[in-house]
Design a binder for this molecule. Structure first.
Ligand code: MG
Length: 248
């Protein structure tokens, strides 16, 4: 069941969303060759708690950290560790925060130092696909109009879209209905309405769209071990169009 959020609920989600956006901005400034992903996790957890929020991912299905850190061929759900980032790496960071029971969820992929040209294009295309998906989150449109906008742009640019993980409704739970695929034909699924809140999150690969999970039972990697990027925003649909809750 898709729930419509009240103005009060949206206001709480705005606060959670702003904290998530601040964390991503803070982490972007901290990312450099030599820093460990565990250090990034510490920075994020401190920021979230100081803002009177809780880290949404910590303990979720026993996930051991406050953020997901997925490097290079890792797509999503990477666990912060003593791994040191190196010049030329890509790091995808997913952040979730809860404020008075309401969730914000966003992700971005950042370069570590100087990255190659094709990786720069991967980041730009993934971010632009998210922007195009969000632009379709209009009252009266259909859910898969978002999905189609993302997939058609990504594939036109020569990259592929992950199928096994999708976006989701969000509110007083991190994952609510509906699922928001990043692929598919337009004009299908539920009709979008003001008050729906969605986490839209394209995962885009340089090579095959296929992924697999490592032995730690969390880290999702591309099957061909080529690099991947992930951008996500939490949005709410208003009568005037989409409002991004996880932007500053
Ligand atoms: Mg999400």
């Amino acid at each position: 069941m898709i729930t419509l959020k009240s103005q009060r609920e949206i206001e709480l989600m705005r606060i959670a969303g702003r904290v998530v956006a601040e964390v991503l901005q803070t982490l972007e400034q901290a990312i450099r060759p030599g820093i460990t992903t565990a250090e990034l996790d510490k920075i994020a957890e401190r920021h979230i708690r100081q803002a009177n929020c809780q880290p949404a991912f910590l303990g979720y299905h026993n996930f051991p950290a406050s953020i997901c850190t997925s490097v290079n061929e890792e797509v999503v759900h990477g666990i912060p560790s003593l791994r040191r980032l190196k010049e030329g790496d890509l790091i995808s960071i997913d952040v979730g925060a809860v404020y008075q029971g309401y969730y914000g969820d966003a992700a971005a992929t950042f370069p570590v130092g100087v990255i190659d040209e094709e990786d720069q294009r991967l980041l730009a295309v993934t971010q632009e696909s998210l922007r195009r998906g969000i632009a379709k989150a209009l009252p009266g449109s259909r859910l898969t109009d978002i999905s189609h906008a993302i997939q058609s742009y990504v594939e036109e640019q020569g990259f592929s879209v992950v199928r096994d993980y999708v976006g989701h409704g969000i509110g007083n739970q991190m994952h609510e209905d509906p699922q928001v695929p990043n692929f598919g034909r337009p004009g299908r699924g539920p009709r979008l309405q003001a008050g729906m809140a969605l986490a839209i999150e394209p995962m885009v690969n340089r090579g095959t769209w296929q992924v697999e999970t490592l032995q730690d039972n969390w880290t999702v990697v591309t099957k061909d071990r080529q690099r991947s990027a992930h951008f996500e925003h939490t949005i709410v649909i208003t009568a005037d169009g989409p409002e991004v809750l996880t932007a500053l």
